[in-house]
Design a protein around this ligand. Structure first.
Ligand code: ZN
Ligand code: MG
Length: 504
């Protein structure tokens, strides 16, 4: 038999290919093994080795003391034995979850362990699918069709909806909500959406599917409560969620939680994680779709939300935020309270500085102001028992407000409470040759003397939800103090430090 040159070259090439393939696969195995040695702590010590499955199941929210995580994982594995599943917990669940030791089932602990590389506490290191399904505890799957339908739907609605939500079979259907988040105003407002299918959030138990890339590009994708946190972040990005009505997931037969004690425990933990979420995100006021208001900011019992103000520029202005709504509310309350006392005790007062400016602009405190300023006639001080007796120290009145003489000079300050130092400043002026003047001057542009005719007479003006007294001809008064056009051209108190961005 004769071998041609061509056959010879082919044979050599074939052998060479086989050799490369053999060593190549050996090398790959070694890499995988090295990963296995150093990777995840938890139920399984392996990295998932498969690709091409469309969705990773991500279970983030469950309680150690009672959960159905193992049951949920089993139900997904029954449909697809190689279904990638990731259980994510803040710390190692105890008692341990009874999870099958399969390479496609991983537990990731978010708390970094100092002997492990950083990626081991980052769930995204273990996800190789293009999509993730966020699955609440106690949800099961009945057929592969459920996830497949969701996957088809999100691919079809690409560009229109970033997320697809399918309800968990329960008594209440999913509600389609609109979420408005204003970080500048520290608020989240929920309302019922006009659409029943395309929403910025859903209320109720749901399986939510979205692109892995989208999910892990959120600011804090795994923050609990997961759905509240995710929808705040996605609505800030203008993303929408589509409710799928043709798909639903059964809940597990045993309801969570089996005892009222466990239910109580779970409720308390949920409440605490909600408060922590809003605190972390800088949300202090939440208005729900049924118009309930929830406050997460300061109160009489807690310190005010911001520290000492330097150069007339409170710290929140550097964070592109305005006065926290709890602080505005407390300032309004304090202003109403103080002016009422001044009025009834016969002390002539008027809105001063930024407070008068706010009243002129929109009948309220300027949305980035940090205190309220009032002027009074010095000679009226003896009429008010609190102001009269302050010289001997500060007074806490029966409503918990603190009256004191300011250490900065000859003026008075009424604080919201002993703990919360939000305050109304009271500046005593006296007339001298027709000019209202005082002895302590602060380093503020608006802090100048002015003709007494602005106070003759004082006129009522709407401010912060009540009727306050103000100088007559307030426009000229304000322009005398701040400069021309001050009402029409809002500026931050110290534009050299922080400039108001116009047009938003
Ligand atoms: Zn506050
Ligand atoms: Mg002020």
């Amino acid at each position: 038999m004769r071998v041609t040159l061509c056959q010879c070259v082919l044979a050599i090439a074939l052998v060479a290919n086989l050799v490369i393939l053999y060593y190549g696969s050996k090398l790959q195995k070694r890499i995988v093994h090295r990963h296995r040695d150093t990777s995840v702590r938890g139920a399984s010590q392996q990295l998932p080795s498969h690709r091409g499955m469309g969705v990773t199941i991500l279970i983030r929210e469950f309680e150690d003391f009672e959960n159905h995580v193992a049951e949920a994982v089993q139900s997904f594995l029954q449909q697809r034995p190689d279904q990638p599943i990731l259980v994510v917990a803040d710390r190692l669940p105890y008692p341990p979850l009874a999870l099958p030791a399969a390479p496609n089932v991983q537990v990731v602990i978010l708390r970094p362990s100092p002997d492990q590389p950083a990626y081991t506490s980052r769930p995204e290191s273990y996800i190789q699918t293009d999509y993730v399904a966020l699955v609440p505890d106690g949800v099961k799957v009945e057929s592969t069709r459920q996830l497949d339908t969701m996957l088809e739907e999100i691919k079809v609605s690409k560009g229109k909806a970033h997320m697809v939500a399918a309800p968990v079979q329960s008594l209440a259907p999913l509600q389609c909500l609109d979420v408005k988040v204003s970080l500048r105003e520290w608020t989240v407002t929920y309302s019922m959406a006009t659409s029943s299918k395309l929403c910025s959030a859903v209320r109720g138990d749901a399986v939510v599917l979205l692109a892995t890339k989208d999910f892990f590009n959120l600011s804090a994708p795994l923050t609990k409560p997961l759905m509240t946190s995710v929808f705040i972040q996605t609505s800030l990005r203008g993303w929408t969620v589509k409710i799928l009505e043709e798909v639903s997931f059964p809940a597990s037969h045993q309801p969570l939680f089996s005892s009222s004690h466990n239910q109580w425990k779970a409720d308390n933990l949920a409440k605490a994680s909600r408060a922590k979420l809003f605190n972390d995100f800088g949300i202090k006021w939440v208005v729900t779709e049924d118009e309930r208001q929830q406050w997460y900011g300061c109160s009489k019992e807690t310190p005010r939300c911001f520290g000492t103000v330097h150069d007339d520029t409170p710290e929140y202005l550097f964070e592109n935020r305005w006065t926290p709504p709890c602080c505005l509310k407390a300032l309004r309350e304090t202003a109403k309270y103080v002016t009422n006392i001044l009025e009834t005790s016969g002390v002539r007062y008027w809105l001063e500085g930024g407070s008068l400016l706010g009243a002129a602009r929109h009948q309220d405190i300027i949305p980035w102001d940090y205190d309220v300023d009032l002027g009074i006639y010095l000679e009226d001080i003896p009429n008010c028992e609190f102001l009269r007796s302050i010289e001997s120290g500060s007074i806490v009145d029966e409503k918990g407000y603190v009256w004191e003489k300011a250490i900065e000079g000859d003026f008075y300050r009424v604080q919201y409470s002993e703990t919360n130092h939000l305050h109304v400043d009271i500046w005593p002026f006296y007339p001298k040759n027709g000019i209202m003047t005082k002895d302590t001057w602060m380093d503020h542009k608006q802090d100048v003397d002015f003709p007494e005719h602005f106070l003759k007479p004082l006129v009522p003006m709407q401010f912060a939800g009540f009727t306050a007294m103000a100088p007559n001809n307030y426009k000229s008064f304000l322009e005398l103090k701040f400069g021309e056009g001050v009402i029409e051209n809002p500026e931050y108190p110290n534009p050299a430090l922080r400039k108001l961005e116009k047009g938003n």
